[in-house]
Design a binder for this molecule. Structure first.
Ligand SMILES: [Zn+2]
Length: 124
């Protein structure tokens, strides 16, 4: 891949990294804000634990997304970006443009999804 092209992906990934970091910080803050002591009726308690669960799930998703983005940035540094981590083939440019942090070509991603039904382990 040409250097100019790599730099384009790097800028996009760094932007993405900034955005998710901000989200992670914000949802961490929101989780702390839901942990308030004080008299509450059970409906408010249920609501509170629901939103805590929702927020911590959301920040898990953000964190795993963030680590994918950081991995991709490391691959740019190692000049290994754009190569499928499974079959070593080049990942389709169209796919990289849509999901620059992806680790797999479409074929490998699809077979991984077939054998792995857990949506949380997908590459988005
Ligand atoms: Zn592959």
């Amino acid at each position: 891949m040409r250097k100019a092209q790599l730099e384009k992906y790097r800028r996009r990934l760094e932007q993405e990294q900034d955005d998710i970091s901000a989200l992670v910080r914000r949802s961490g803050h929101a989780i702390r804000n839901t942990r308030q002591d004080g008299p509450e009726d059970s409906a408010a308690q249920a609501q509170n634990s629901y939103s805590k669960e929702f927020l911590s799930h959301q920040s898990d998703t953000n964190l795993s997304h963030l680590s994918l983005v950081e991995d991709a940035l490391r691959r740019i540094d190692r000049a290994d970006f754009g190569r499928c981590q499974s079959c070593d083939e080049n990942i389709e440019i169209k796919r990289l443009n849509a999901v620059p942090w992806t680790r797999f070509c479409r074929g490998c991603q699809e077979s991984a999804e077939e054998s792995d039904s857990q949506p949380s382990r997908r590459d988005f």
